[in-house]
Design a protein around this ligand. Structure first.
Ligand code: TXA
Ligand code: MG
Length: 320
């Protein structure tokens, strides 16, 4: 099992010698390696069992460090960076040659992000290279929002997990790029569409095109628990499964269900707070996935604030 701790010096020295370290970010935990070290990058793909066509995001300490690795930042994306970095926003920018094709899966853009978590910010300040870091989960499974989540799945494969507590946002970063002068969102995430549009005006949302995914966060079945998850009208789903005598778990936005055992239900935010719901989503999915239920019944949230991104994850989790 991996050692879990808060030792930034140790994390920095492992990373500098080409090893991987799981790191906390405000969105989800990342499986980090030196983005300029092809051995470390290959190790990330191997550890996650991630297909090589799925590019990695690199993490940097600030926008000035970003400029060293990309050719240009279009004005609209610069405005977004100024507004939301450090934070849950990834920009797709034309890469410089020093970023290897392994990182970008051969694409000429690289995903870059300046994370907000204080421990990881301190870590980045100690390093003279960017960190490539996908979410620290096996490919296709629910992303980790605590050090223990990482330990549960990848603990045997990483030497060290930097423990930054539970993630603040709980959803991956929003991925934004440009096509033909138009701002495009490729993955809904921790920065809401509303917030992005308040800076750059109307954007194109393209997260669903799944046949040739530009971003495998776009793959239909992703972020998925092992148990089947059904999305729909909760009362009807509950009634029909109860009639069939199936043991089910319920994942709701706000409501609790007096007839349901407490370990077989999870209300994401009893008060109806979207940020709280996002923060709880992946833990809730993990908890219900390890319950004795045969199936998880879930409902969509209203499509506002982070509700849109939460629904996106629920839909992908329900796709088989
Ligand atoms: O919040 C986050 O973004 C977390 C934390 C750790 O930073 N990271 C994360 O990485 O979610 P990952 O690898 O699990 O998801 C990154 C997504 C993938 O779906 C990948 O295909 C897409 O970003 N991506 C990365 N670079 C890209 C590029 N150049 N063009 C298109 N999509 C890209
Ligand atoms: Mg991921």
């Amino acid at each position: 099992m991996a050692e879990i701790g808060k030792d930034i010096k140790k994390a920095a020295s492992l990373l500098s010698s080409g090893k991987l370290v799981a790191i906390p970010t405000e969105t989800v935990y990342g499986l980090a390696g030196n983005a300029l070290d092809e051995g470390a990058v290959l190790d990330i793909f191997k550890t996650k069992q991630r297909p090589s066509f799925d590019p990695l995001i690199i993490h940097l300490r600030d926008i000035d460090q970003v400029r060293a690795y990309v050719d240009a930042i279009p004005e609209e994306l610069e405005q977004l960076a100024q507004k939301f970095w450090p934070g849950p926003l990834t920009l797709l920018l034309p890469k410089k040659d020093m970023i290897s094709d392994l990182v970008t899966s051969g694409l000429d853009t690289v995903g870059v992000r300046v994370p907000r978590h204080p421990l990881t910010r301190k870590l980045l300040h100690r390093l003279d290279f960017p960190l490539a870091a996908p979410s620290a989960n096996p490919f296709g499974y629910i992303s980790p929002t605590s050090a223990q989540h990482v330990q549960d799945q990848l603990g045997g494969q990483v030497p060290y997990i930097l423990d930054g507590g539970a993630c603040d946002i709980g959803l991956e970063s929003t991925i934004v790029g440009m096509e033909q002068g138009q701002v495009v969102i490729y993955r809904l995430g921790g920065t809401s569409v509303q917030d992005i549009e308040s800076v750059v005006g109307k954007v194109l949302i393209l997260p669903q095109s799944s046949s040739n995914p530009k971003s495998p966060g776009m793959l239909k079945s992703h972020y998925a628990p092992r148990k089947p998850l059904l999305l729909g009208h909760l009362d009807e789903l509950i009634e029909s499964h109860r009639q069939k005598g199936i043991v089910f778990a319920v994942l709701s936005f706000q409501r609790s269900f007096p007839e349901q055992p407490s370990e077989l239900q999870y209300a994401l935010s009893p008060e109806g707070d979207y940020d709280e719901a996002a923060r709880n989503l992946f833990s809730a999915m993990r908890a219900l996935d390890s319950s004795n239920a045969e199936i998880i019944l879930a409902e969509e949230l209203p499509e506002i604030h982070l509700g849109k991104a939460i629904n996106d994850r629920l839909r992908r989790a329900s796709a088989r």
